[in-house]
Design a protein around this ligand. Sequence first.
Ligand code: AHR
Length: 533
Amino acid sequence: MLGRGVLLVMRTVLISFVLLGMVLMAHAVAAQTVELSVDVSNVGAKIDRNVFGQFAEHLGHGVYGGIWVGPDSTIPNTRGIRNDVVSALKALKVPNVRWPGGCFADEYHWRNGIGPQRVVTLNPNWGGVIEPNTFGTQEFMDFLDQIGAEASISINIGSGTPREAAEWLEYVTSAQSTTLAKERAANGHPVPWKVAFLGIGNESWDCGGNMAPDYYLSQLKIYTRFVRNFNPAQQDKDQMVKIAVGPGGDGPEWTEWTEAIMKAYQNRHSSWDISGLSMHSYTVAHWPPSFASVDFGKTEYSRMLKLTLAMDNLINTHSAIMDKYDPKKKVALIVDEWGAWYAPLPGSNAGFLVQQNSLRDAILAALNLNIFARHADRVRGANIAQMVNVLQAMIMTDKEKMVLTPTYHVFKMYVPFQDASFVPVAFDAGTYTHGDISLPRIDAIAAKDTAGKLWLAVTNLDPNQPVEIEANLAGMTAKSAVGETLTAPKVDSVNTFDAPNTVVPKPVSARVQDGRLALRLEPKSVTVISVEQ
Ligand code: AHR
């Protein structure tokens, strides 16, 4: 038997340990404070809404099953296009959709996809599956009408001809009664369509034909000369942006490519022109992609975020070359393929590029959108790869089922930034360290929308610690601030068909006093708030 005194001492020691533990835990979750300075009177470039563009390639179930189910499907549809997907995409105010590829574009022959009799071909790039061509020009344009987006078409310069591409554009855009315009009318669309963007090839340095810069340039000149947009509504204003193939990564071969195109642009004759240069940059840890999109930890989380932040330097490098030859920034840098690329989900067709989408991807998307916003004067277009069921998708479908991904929610939260004017934010981000990886603890952008309202997007990269934001808002008298925050229990939390609401935004409000705004950011979260004055 222990004596009463000994028991008392043991109890005191135990209580002390518990109290010490509580103090240590409280310390562990103590929020860091980060000061933001926003001067609302200091407005910068417009964040072009086209930076929020999407990409739909004939790849896996990106189109077939994901968008197109056919008019006879039991899945509710309008003229063959899924109603659930359309209504989800409408909420994103998708500005433009890039189509039909990707690598697919340089093997696409548009005549296979028009009229009542479609030509059945193969899709050698992506699994070697049958390409029924039931989703062609008419269906793509109908889809755009239904979601309220503009067309970004990539023409086939790898295995097509200038004549084939020129005739496609005449078929699509001619208002005059040419044989091709009459064919379009006979196929159900007498009125010409608009084409906002025209990609002159895709990755012509690789799957688009393995061209050297000089060879590509000779093609570019021919195609930009002869592939014309005849739509009367696009002659004086809303002119089609012709996009040259640009760099595909970091390193001298890519800077040489940009140099070659931009130098030729500076010395161009009146017979050819471009107003966009494409850039492709995926966030991928190894090649071929081996990082899993599910069941990962903070190491893989930190690694992917670190890699994605390299987008900023890449844009700096290529913008600097563009500035040299185009100081007035007439040519837009269009990042028309970006996003996370992981190993295919086990059990999926490796050629279909199926991956899950987690909270990590939502944060990765926000960081990239912030980078694009900070480069708004040059980056005037971007297309995340890809819209449905492929790579970093907004939406995943399985037959009649549909689920919205964490990335979808970030795009929705960022809608107010479309065409808003960039407002610089100054802050000391602090550091989150995991092993040998250091990341900024927070990231933030601000913008004034077309109605003059201020919006703030703040991301807490730190998966462990909350952050207290204290923002000084000069140039306005803030009264209140509300918005939404996106987080989830774990960095690898995902939405599934059975549990679609694991990663969904929740309402949040900030405390506003004497023009200062205070907001607590949850660990690993993206928050967007609007400020009322
Ligand atoms: O998005 C998947 C593929 O990635 C595209 O088809 C190609 O352009 C890029 O290499």
